[in-house]
Design a protein around this ligand. Structure first.
Ligand code: HT7
Ligand code: ZN
Length: 876
């Protein structure tokens, strides 16, 4: 057990000033020389040895101030290098030589070579797979990097910072030297070498500095990098205007690689991306892909200030950079697109991923206090809940207060490695607000539940709102304290307009934001002339669950008239969810399914409402999925009952609005050339949401088949193929479209991922057989994380009826895959495994079968630390 505790944090005994690295790149043997200038920290124990971390390393040389170190002065194994009897004071230089094999690195951490490209991934602890070092975020140093490689196979040699020297070595090899003037932690180190092409542009910063922008991609893909470049320039401008942040190097580079464990990495001046988050054109990328590319390019760029210029003291502070950067990314997306539509997507994501994490065996606070494997803490809690926490600070302080606090943070901590306390202190010092109570959001796991009761007194013209909060227990902590929650509330009058109270008493409030701080509080709204419909958690101002037994009349008023579109969508969605849950209960109990004509009317009216933007109408028309229904039911889940119930409700809605839906599939057709902008994407979204229902009403694949044939972009093509594959599985039309897609995109692995996922998520127990067969498809590659996520990940996490087959064969198949995959890539495997984290919520028979397979995995004594950590927590 190698558990790391926050309470054990200690600064290092030695301070590193600079590190010079020399890489001599070879496919199976790369040598790494590092020359580290350092000195003992003033006040540190003069007898303390120097202890560097390594991971699977072979040492081939060690010298101190140029003299080889005698074996009695040091100990070394694959994971630690300890040197004793170092000079008590003054600087010294340590030279370390290691040998690594980049081609054998299937973990994709450290330096690895895939598809002919050398690239690195050092966050969180990958640098120690390159050389022995203080591989921790609070050790900041200036890096100079020399790369030597074969000229023909590696014409391109990149690292962080600015290029300072290039030389032909005359023996078929060449070298490039890069220098990064900004001190950085090792996790931000990067190197790329290979044969790639690029697109180039430039950006002039607000102070007039010229920055070269380059995006490197595989040969033949340059035309698909334009949208990423455009997104980058918009992000650079936005960060200057919104937060006063200017880029600091002369060059900013992005490299797209095809084998990458996560989405992207913010290495200083040299971001490395999963190519699926860079490459886009209308024929191969969907609107969702475009939006994701825009968001992630911006996210990694924003890290230059929130993460790189100011970094984390230790990995417990991960949300300091990730939560804040996600918040900045969300704000950017909201400014580039439709704010409420972007926010609804964030809410859907949070509910689908973070809430279950917070309510299950893997729950942890935004700032955890211990970890076994840090890679397992790149979670939706640290990222998305962390972002919501920063958003709540902005809500409590107002936009100006938030900006002042952040300005102070940049001013005070530039060049530092800091804590979440340091971050919060800046907001307190800049605005005078006391955030002591609020800070609990970082330390307490679990999703708070707010129960609401309203009472209107016509005589006193008063509305009383009693709000009580509880947070359910989580594995780390049973008793929870009340949180400081900013809750945005709207009062909607009988005519649909907002009612403005003359006063609000009973607790702190700022405009329409109530500040909850106690277990229970009653707020009194004065001067309310008629009974309002109360809209709670407008704009999803707090990441909480609301329990409010509201009259149907009030909810329909909100669903039809609320000006806050996030709350309006939420109410429409909740009404649909209620009907769907009830239908699932009916199926489970063997009763005929009761549907609700009022829901159909509401959805049809919303879909037809031209005063609303198409993207919003599409959101309203997209019924909660089977997984959403399962989460709402929460326990004793029967996926087959949910599937049947949802189909029955869809049919009823489809029939009620058949004409409108058919009409919308035509009305929203693309006029003219494809454009990825949010408005055009919204029209496509509405058209495709309507297609699902129109096809269900017609009970025929004809319309979807025609849509597939006539599609002139990937969004429409994929949407049509999904309708065929999922709603008309086994039909000739479905099989034809799937075969056509496979043929058409034979040389496009990223597009084939969409095909793999479509097939992996076809409902029903036959899908397991197809998934097993697809693993033999020549386009499938078990070593590529994108392929694995597209096929195995989609099957396990997004196919409730297929994965949860009553006979447990889905679980057995998955467990077999996990056990083999763990040997190859532990980071990826542990993340895949989390697909089963909510198994306890299944009905008893499936629950037992799922447990059996998780226990089978846990019984292996040679699991990676990553997987061991996840399965043990799931079984606790
Ligand atoms: N900061 C980056 C995290 C990341 C990562 C972590 C563990 C293993 C592989 C990884 N690749 C990238 C991405 C980000 O949040 O910006
Ligand atoms: Zn990030």
């Amino acid at each position: 057990n190698r558990t790391v505790y926050l309470k054990d944090y200690q600064p290092t005994d030695f301070i590193i000033e600079s590190i010079d690295l020399v890489f001599d790149l070879g496919e199976t043997l790369t040598t790494v020389g590092s020359e580290i200038r350092m000195h003992r920290r003033p006040g540190a124990d003069p007898a303390a040895p120097l202890v560097f971390a390594g991971d699977g390393l072979a040492l081939s040389g060690l010298a101190l101030d140029g003299k080889p170190l005698l074996p009695e002065r040091y100990d070394c194994d694959a994971s630690t290098l300890t040197i004793r009897d170092l000079p008590e004071d003054g600087s010294f230089t340590l030279t370390i030589k290691t040998r690594i094999n980049p081609s054998a690195n299937s973990e994709l951490l450290g330096l690895y070579r895939t598809s002919g490209i050398y690239s690195t991934q050092c966050e969180a602890e990958g640098f120690r797979r390159i050389t022995y070092f203080y591989d921790r975020p609070d050790v900041l140093a200036v890096y100079t990097v020399t790369i030597i490689a074969d000229k023909q196979s590696c014409p391109l040699l990149l690292s962080n910072g600015n290029l300072v020297e290039e030389q032909d070595l005359g023996d078929g090899r060449h070298m490039a030297k890069w220098h990064d003037p900004f001190k950085k932690p090792s996790y931000l180190f990067a190197l790329v070498a290979g044969d790639l092409t690029m697109i180039e542009d430039s950006f002039t910063t607000m102070s007039g500095r010229h920055v070269a922008l380059r995006i490197y991609v595989e040969h033949g893909k340059a035309a698909r990098a334009g949208y990423a470049m455009d997104s980058l320039k918009r992000a650079m401008k936005w960060d200057e205007e919104r937060f006063g942040r200017e880029y600091d190097l002369d060059i900013f580079m992005i490299v797209a690689v095809s084998d990458f464990n996560m989405g992207a990495m913010e290495n200083k001046g040299l971001n490395i991306f999963n190519d699926r988050l860079i490459l886009a054109d209308p024929e191969t990328a969907t609107d969702d892909d475009y939006a994701r590319i825009e968001a992630v390019v911006a996210h990694e760029y924003f890290h230059n200030w929130t993460g790189n210029r100011i970094t984390c003291r230790d990995w417990f502070q991960l949300s300091l950079k990730e939560g804040l950067t996600v918040y900045r990314e969300h704000e950017f997306s909201a400014d580039q697109r439709s704010r409420p539509v972007v926010r609804v997507d964030e809410v859907k994501f949070l509910r689908a991923h973070q809430f279950p994490e917070d309510g299950g065996p893997l729950a942890h606070p935004v700032r955890p206090t211990q970890y076994l494997e840090i890679d397992n803490f790149y979670t939706t809690t640290v990222y998305e809940k962390g972002s919501e926490v920063s958003r709540m600070i902005a809500t409590l302080l107002g936009p100006d207060g938030f900006r002042k606090g952040l300005d102070l943070f940049f001013e005070r901590h530039d060049g530092g490695a800091v804590t979440i306390e340091d971050y919060l202190k800046c907001f307190e010092d800049a605005t005078g607000h006391d955030l002591t109570h609020f800070a609990l959001w970082y330390h307490q796991a679990g999703t708070p539940v707010i129960s609401v009761a309203s009472f209107y007194d016509e005589r006193k013209q008063q509305l009383k709102l009693t709000l009580s909060q509880t947070t359910p227990p989580t594995p780390d902590e049973k008793i929870k304290k009340p949180l400081h929650i900013p809750l945005r509330v709207g009062l909607i009058g009988p005519n649909g307009a907002d009612m403005a109270p003359t006063a609000i008493t009973g607790g702190e409030s700022r405009k329409d934001v109530l500040e909850l701080t106690k277990d229970e509080q009653t707020f009194v709204f004065e001067g309310i002339g008629a009974r309002p419909a109360v809209s709670v958690n407008r704009d999803f101002s707090a990441p909480v669950k609301i329990r409010f037994d509201q009259s149907r009349e009030d909810r329909l008023r909100i669903a039809g008239a609320e000006r806050d579109l996030v709350a309006r969508w939420d109410t429409v969605n909740a009404l649909a969810l209620e009907v769907l849950v009830k239908a699932a209960e009916d199926v489970k109990a063997g009763r005929p399914v009761t549907t609700d004509p009022a829901l159909s009317d509401l959805l049809v009216a919303t879909a037809e409402d031209t005063a609303l933007e198409p993207a919003f109408r599409a959101l309203a028309l997209t019924l909660p999925g089977e997984l959403d229904i399962g989460r709402e039911i929460g326990a004793d889940i029967d996926p087959d009952a949910i599937h049947l119930a949802r189909n029955t409700v869809i049919e009823a809605i489809a029939e009620a609005g058949a004409d409108s839906f058919a009409q919308l599939t035509g009305d929203m057709a693309n006029g003219g050339a494809f454009s990825p902008d949010a408005q055009s994407a919204g029209r496509r979204a509405l058209r495709n949401a309507a297609l699902v229902l129109a096809a269900a009403a017609e009970k025929s694949p004809r319309r979807a088949s025609q849509a597939y044939e006539s599609a002139d972009n990937m969004t429409d093509m994929l949407a049509a193929m999904r309708v065929l594959a999922h709603q008309f599985a086994g039909s000739a039309e479905a099989e034809n479209a799937l075969a056509d897609f496979r043929r058409r995109f034979a040389g496009e692995p990223l597009v084939l991922d969409k095909w793999f996922s479509t097939l992996a998520t076809v409902p029903g127990e036959n899908t397991l057989e197809r998934v097993t067969k697809l693993m033999g498809d020549e386009a499938f590659d078990e070593g590529n994380p994108n392929r694995v996520r597209a096929l195995i990940g989609a099957f396990a996490s997004s196919n409730p009826t297929g994965f949860n087959r009553p006979d447990g064969a889905g679980y057995a198949f998955f467990a077999d895959f996990i056990l083999t995959s763990d040997k190859r890539n532990a980071t990826l495997t542990a993340r895949l495994m989390t697909a089963m984290r909510s198994f306890e919520a299944l009905e008893p028979s499936r629950r037992a079968l799922a447990r059996e397979q998780i226990e089978r995995i846990a019984a292996h004594d040679d699991l990676s630390r990553n997987l061991r950590d996840i399965v043990d927590r799931m079984l606790k």
